[in-house]
Design a protein around this ligand. Structure first.
Ligand SMILES: *Cc1c(COP(=O)(O)O)cnc(C)c1O
Length: 392
């Protein structure tokens, strides 16, 4: 029987050649391919600095440190995300304050963030404090989920008004663009806050195996990030002089070489993914029992996954079982972060607190999606989906 995976990296001869070149050099870490990889981000994303790191999670953690998030602080973020975006807040013993999502874009509802800050925090001229607990709100951490940009303007206003840093989790959204009315132009995600992070696990648009990158327009953010990822070394490293507590979050040269080659093909890869998404829309436009991904007119999505939502009347686990038994991979994306057991125990979150997230999470199904997915296989997937809907 046909087996159609959920995702598949897009690796060509170019990647193989460039990765192999590294093996003929003495530079297996911090070498020229890492610099070349970073330079591609500076060029293609249009930022001043890029710092390659060992994972998307590592990149987000570094930005959390740079934003000054400390024990007892609060950070506003989305409960509908991959758990890493929230875990990095816990790494620093701070508290994620979740705000429910917009039912269309599935991103944090920016208007609700504005309302929450207006009602629960007061500004003392320097920082925003939680009126009840006195805790400091130290940052906003929006996540551009499934490659669809967050409505950033309301967050940018807040950020300016209160000098509140924004960390953009752009891990799923390389190349996505947002039309900012405030700035009067299209802007690439990842470039709007103190820094943004892209990630390269093999299911992402481009891969380095494991890896991530921090992009920023701020020189001091880049400088401290370079130190933090390299055991806290100073700018002009004297061997074994460490000026702060740092980590080993470096990307190795082989991963960077793979990423560099992928970046040379970024437009091609994103274009192919867009074509695959377009075919799914066409093939599924008449199916009443499913909702297709929404794209706002102020958004240029970068296709990460293709997530459909089944209507309430459909039994999702039966639906997915049927897909599996016909060789079609699928996954629910995501489980709400606030309902993960250790979040419930630690912060007292409970079901019902973020109803849009909980409703969406109960109905999402990611279906096979990758640049080399053929029209024939897509037709097969959709035929299986139609049959599954009749049975579930
Ligand atoms: C992939 C991803 C990350 C980072 O993941 P790593 O596996 O650490 O590279 C962070 N946030 C979101 C939303 C992601 O999808």
């Amino acid at each position: 029987m046909k087996q159609i995976p959920l995702s598949r990296p897009d690796i060509t001869g170019l990647e193989k050649k460039i990765v192999c070149e590294v093996l003929d050099t003495p530079y297996l870490s911090m070498g020229p391919k890492t610099r070349a990889f970073e330079n591609e981000f500076v060029k293609q994303i249009g930022v001043n600095h890029a710092v390659a790191v060992s994972s998307g999670t590592a990149g987000l953690h570094v930005l959390i440190k740079i934003a000054g998030v400390k024990e007892g602080d609060e950070v506003i973020t989305s409960p509908f995300s991959f758990i890493a975006s929230s875990n990095v807040i816990l790494f620093e013993k701070a508290k994620p304050v979740f705000v429910d999502i917009d039912p269309l874009t599935l991103n944090i509802d920016s208007q609700k963030v504005v309302e929450l800050i207006g009602s629960n925090y007061e500004f003392d001229g320097k920082v925003l404090r939680n009126k009840k607990t006195g805790a400091i709100l130290r940052a906003l951490l929006p996540v551009h989920i499934f490659g669809h940009p967050v409505d950033m303007d309301p967050l940018l206003e807040i950020s300016e008004k209160y000098a509140l840093p924004i960390i953009e989790d752009s891990c799923e959204a390389i190349g996505a663009e947002y039309y900012s009315k405030k700035l009067g132009k299209w802007v690439k995600v990842g470039t709007l806050g103190i820094g943004g992070v892209f990630a390269f696990y093999p299911n992402k648009q481009i891969t380095t195996g494991e890896g991530g990158i921090i992009v920023t327009n701020h020189e001091n953010v880049a400088r401290i990030a370079r130190s933090l990822i390299n055991q806290g070394r100073g700018d002009n490293p004297v061997w074994l002089e460490h000026i702060r507590l740092g980590y080993n979050y470096r990307m190795d040269e082989l991963s960077a070489a793979l990423g560099y080659a992928q970046m040379l093909r970024l437009d091609e890869i994103l274009q192919k993914r867009e074509e695959v998404a377009g075919r799914y829309y066409e093939l599924m436009k008449d199916i009443d029992e499913i909702e297709l991904p929404y794209v706002a007119d102020w958004a240029k999505i970068s296709w990460f996954v293709f997530v459909i939502r089944v209507k309430d009347s459909i039994d999702r686990s039966k639906f997915m079982d049927f897909l599996r038994s016909h060789g079609v991979a699928s996954k629910p994306y995501f489980t709400p972060i606030h309902l993960q057991k250790f979040y419930v125990e630690r912060f007292g979150y409970s079901a019902g607190m973020f109803p849009v997230t909980e409703d969406v999470s109960s109905r999402t199904v990611a279906i096979p999606f990758y640049s080399s997915l053929t029209e024939k296989d897509q037709k097969y997937v959709v035929d299986v989906i139609k049959e599954a809907l009749r049975k579930a």
